[in-house]
Ligand binder design. Structure first.
Ligand SMILES: [Zn+2]
Length: 324
């Protein structure tokens, strides 16, 4: 049997999984990478986490057919380069070639969100569609595009950055430096910023303690609890964010014509279908009727596993020599 190693590199952790010949996860490992800003240290942690997953699978490293990794970008997937990932210290880091050298197997890299979307396309919520759009709503907002059955990279090799569409002219500053991006209007960090601002203006909320004097974004589950308890400020903030996501998705449906829109990420995991319905309603008012009438909006099915599964399957794909 041929196995695959799938890795998912995030800003704070790396996760690894071994997949068997039927694309089922047979072992896992994970480690923290919090704020090291040291590329070699991050790389060694990726390698040791991957080796631990292989050990736990009870197989030999030689039985691994290929290695795939999803990493924050921008990237050059073909050259295997992480062009920049500031909180991991990567700058033109040859992640693909270095992994290939360590594991003595072909290694494939792609954007972490693309890998997650590929996982959802091959094994999850977008299975069977040929055109699909994924939006992952958490601390940031990420996107992935499947066009005619393949992951769409565009000429820039980094297409799909739907979190950085400007949805409000001269809006609040985004992490990317621009103003009014969808991410700056609706991400968990944007909602936390809005809640903080409201608190300073004397508004009340049951989650004030989670926001004041903290640098992190308010957790999705805390937002959901406050929302369900009808905390006025929490309801207003989440509904507003959902509205912007609906505008963004409705516009994208007009541009791209997908069959399926996959919604995932911490916010969707925490709130579930009710939040998808809210977004869906706004998107349907935003898009042309002919463009959206047959579009289904579904919850991501693979959760945190999507990135590892997608990265592993992209690696298998590139073994087949198929052009991506
Ligand atoms: Zn931005």
């Amino acid at each position: 049997m041929k196995y695959l190693l799938g890795l998912d590199l995030g800003g704070t952790k790396v996760s690894a999984a071994v997949l068997d010949g039927e694309n089922k996860i047979i072992s896992r490992a994970r480690a923290k990478t919090r704020a090291w800003r040291d590329d070699e240290k991050v790389f060694q942690t990726i390698v040791s986490t991957g080796r631990r997953a292989i050990e736990r699978a009870g197989i030999e490293a030689a039985q691994i057919e290929a290695v795939g990794i999803g990493s924050p970008g921008p990237l050059d997937p073909r050259a295997g380069l992480v062009i920049e990932s500031s909180n991991l210290g990567f700058r033109n880091f040859p992640l693909g070639p270095r992994l290939a050298e360590e594991f003595r197997r072909p290694a494939t890299i792609d954007n972490d969100v693309n890998a997650g979307m590929w996982g959802e396309f091959k094994m999850g919520a977008a299975r069977g569609a040929s055109n699909a759009l994924g939006l992952f709503w958490g601390t940031g907002i990420g996107g992935g595009l499947i066009v005619n059955g393949t992951l769409y990279h565009g000429s820039s090799k980094n297409a799909g950055e739907i979190g950085h569409m400007i949805v409000q002219a001269d809006g609040p500053r985004c992490g990317c430096g621009r103003r009014g991006c969808l991410e700056a209007m609706a991400s968990r960090s944007a909602m936390t910023r809005d809640l903080r601002k409201a608190l300073r203006r004397g508004k009340k909320t049951s989650i004030a303690k989670l926001i004041e004097g903290k640098s992190e974004s308010v957790p999705s589950n805390a937002l959901r609890r406050a929302y369900q308890a009808k905390d006025e400020l929490a309801v207003k903030t989440v509904d507003r964010a959902a509205r912007y996501i609906g505008y963004g998705l409705g516009s994208l449906v007009n541009v791209l014509g997908p069959q399926v829109v996959v919604l995932g990420g911490g916010m969707i995991e925490a709130f579930g279908q009710s939040l998808i319905d809210r977004i869906d309603k706004v998107a349907r008012k935003t898009a042309f009727e002919f463009a959206i009438k047959d579009v289904v909006m579904v919850k991501a099915a693979l959760g945190d596993d999507a990135g590892m599964i997608g990265a592993a399957l992209l690696a298998r794909e590139s073994l087949g020599g198929r052009k991506r």
